[in-house]
Design a protein. Structure first.
Length: 196
């Protein structure tokens, strides 16, 4: 089975060593006798990345590409509404990557630490996309009206898994309803993904 790891790095806050470490951990914890390993990074600064990492330039789409909002007046207290919106590109990686990958896709944030075999995560629920639950959060506020009105996230987007084009519908939804999504889901895209 082919497995395609994906991460995103824009700007200079995180250097290339974050991507290289993630690549190394993913490769080390993915059994190459079972999985055909590939690793992609969406970035505007590919310098210093390991040669095994396949670079994808952020598509130049208004209000999603970081250059349209990073550091702009739409930031509130230094943070844009739905500040990590370039993360939505990942759901169309099977079309954005030059080699048009298929198989399993595993998105990981740059600060993830992989300690064990990724096999169980890669193969979990092949029939639908999966995200991690935020087990560290107190579950009681999640049942309140205030949490629901704030569109709080029940899950954590630091690790998401899907097959083939299962999440392309999310990408099309983002393209069609950007203004509503950025206005409604004011923190990170985790909130939008959870409700979507």
């Amino acid at each position: 089975m082919r497995v395609n790891y994906i991460c995103c790095k824009w700007g200079t806050k995180y250097g290339p060593h974050y991507v290289n470490k993630l690549y190394s951990m993913a490769k080390r914890n993915t059994d190459d006798s079972i999985f055909d390993f590939h690793f992609y990074c969406y970035t505007d600064l590919p310098e210093g990345l390991d040669p095994g990492i396949k670079v994808i330039d952020f598509p130049d789409i208004p209000n999603i590409h970081p250059k349209y909002w990073f550091g702009s007046d739409s930031f509130k207290y230094g943070m844009a509404r739905c500040w990590d919106r370039p993360k939505t590109f990942i759901f169309n990686t099977h079309n954005f990557a030059d080699d048009k990958p298929t198989g399993r896709f595993v998105f990981l944030d740059l600060d993830v630490v992989i300690q064990n075999d990724m096999g169980p995560i890669i193969t979990h629920d092949l029939d639908r996309p999966t995200k991690l639950r935020s087990w560290w959060q107190d579950p009681r506020p999640m049942k309140t009206r205030q949490f629901k009105l704030a569109h709080g996230a029940y899950t954590n987007g630091s690790c998401m898994v899907w097959s083939d084009d299962q999440t392309e519908c999310i990408w099309h939804d983002v393209l069609k309803h950007q203004e509503m999504i950025w206005f409604t889901f004011t923190d990170g895209t985790d909130n939008y993904h959870s409700w979507r």
